[in-house]
Write a protein that binds this ligand. Structure first.
Ligand SMILES: [Zn+2]
Length: 260
């Protein structure tokens, strides 16, 4: 499929970190976005605008009025509509040169391997520990880098799990699968923080795909943004010996370079 007018991407192609080769990589890339909520909305918008070749959108939910405070893909008339369908139409409007697959389903143990297979990067924009652990384990088995994001209250967190180069989600949260995460419904969150955190996930995804030596992906480092105090922190995440999540990792896939 045509990638669109080069003018569309001119402001990123002119960057030495991207260039025509990086743009060609973006056009060939296939990304899966799990969750079309507060994090998934900005991630989907910016990845579509950047000219990702194929974006798979996965979310079982319909738009609710309480979503509109932070889920900027949707508007007031969208109440009750499937998020995948509204997201696809909105994103196609933004960039008709992106291929979209919309799946109104939840990533579960029964379908995870089939859903994720064939993607170059997976973005975790879910709000549940069990889903996060499942995405981690499946990406591990398939050798796909996972861009993790989470938000609570005024705090946002982002990191990239891409073993064997770095740790995995279970290295960071060994008890993850047995815990219940505080999500927006129960703990509250500032809408603009979802925008920052989801946008950060879009940037990390683009960095992984462009794969320039001038870029330093957030592998093995946890970025924490305390928006209440406008402070940013970074923590090294050690690989945990005996981690059950890392056991099955295979080397990261290399995205073949396409013709610009
Ligand atoms: Zn691990």
């Amino acid at each position: 499929m045509d990638s669109g007018d080069p003018l569309r991407y001119s402001r990123q192609i002119c960057l030495p970190e991207v260039g025509p080769e990086g743009q060609a990589r973006l056009r060939k890339a296939k990304v899966l976005l799990a969750g079309l909520g507060g994090l998934g909305s900005p991630a989907a918008l910016y990845l579509s605008a950047a000219g990702i070749g194929h974006l798979t959108l996965v979310d079982p939910d319909r738009v609710d009025e309480s979503n509109l405070q932070r889920q900027v893909l949707y508007g007031t008339p969208d109440h009750g509509v499937l998020k995948t369908e509204r997201a696809r139409s909105r994103l196609q409007e933004l960039n008709p040169f992106v291929n979209f697959t919309a799946l109104a389903t939840r990533v579960a143990a029964e379908n995870a391997s089939e859903l994720l297979s064939g993607h170059d990067v997976v973005i975790d924009a879910t709000d549940c520990f069990v889903s996060k652990a499942l995405l981690n384990d499946t990406c591990a088995q398939l050798g796909i880098p996972l861009v993790h994001g989470s938000i609570s209250g005024f705090e946002g967190r982002v990191t990239v799990f891409a073993p064997p180069a770095g740790p995995c989600y279970r290295c960071l949260y060994p008890e993850a699968a047995r815990a219940e995460v505080a999500n927006a419904a129960s703990s509250g969150v500032v809408g603009a923080l979802a925008g920052i955190t989801g946008s950060m996930q879009a940037i990390e995804t683009i960095k992984l795909i462009v794969d320039s030596p001038l870029l330093d992906p957030l592998i093995g480092r946890l970025w924490v943004y305390d928006s209440a105090r406008a402070r940013t922190s970074e923590f090294m995440i050690p690989k945990r010996s005996g981690c059950e999540g890392c056991k099955s990792f295979v080397p990261r896939q290399v995205i073949p370079l396409g013709q610009p």
